[in-house]
Ligand binder design. Structure first.
Ligand code: FES
Ligand code: FES
Length: 157
């Protein structure tokens, strides 16, 4: 299969990957870089489990063609914790508010929350709910997740 070489920034490091031209960002993250935090749920842009940040915006990496990543900056859940291993305040707030059950949706939820809070540090509950409207959770009923994002906003402030 025809391959493409792409160079971009991944969790703060300059990286290059040569992968099949048909691969998505999600497939490249999981299979080339072995970063398996972003999950493949639906694979068609409907569940949000694959959410990562590209150039400051939360995107569905399952829909993102790898050849479009050239020169961009990608942050995944693996890039959120601090260098000393302590959790990012959004991760910590999910733990403290029981926003994690099976965990399948969690990295996508947290990256969508990061996309929101990076642009809007004081979101209303409606804005929090809208920011995760594309992220499905089968377990929590969403209340704890909304509370977690609200706590994270207050901590980050
Ligand atoms: S796996 Fe990407 S939106 Fe569902
Ligand atoms: S915690 Fe299980 S899908 Fe959200």
């Amino acid at each position: 299969m025809k391959k493409v070489s792409v160079s971009f920034t991944l969790n703060g490091d300059a990286v290059t990957a040569e992968v099949p031209v048909t691969w998505t960002l999600l497939k490249t993250l999981r299979e080339h870089f072995e970063l398996t935090g972003a999950k493949e749920g639906c694979g068609v842009g409907e569940c949000g489990a694959c959410t990562v940040i590209v150039d400051g915006e939360a995107v569905n990496s399952c829909l993102y063609p790898i050849f479009e990543i050239e020169g961009k900056s990608v942050t995944t859940i693996e890039g959120l914790a601090n260098e000393d291993g302590t959790l990012n305040p959004i991760q910590q707030a999910f733990l403290e508010n029981n926003g994690v059950q099976c965990g399948f949706c969690t990295s996508g939820m947290i990256m969508s929350a990061k996309g929101l809070l990076d642009h809007n540090p004081e979101p209303t509950e409606d804005e929090i709910r809208s920011s995760i409207a594309g992220n499905f959770c089968r377990c929590t009923g969403y209340v704890q997740i909304v509370e977690a994002i609200d706590m994270a906003a207050k901590t980050l402030k």
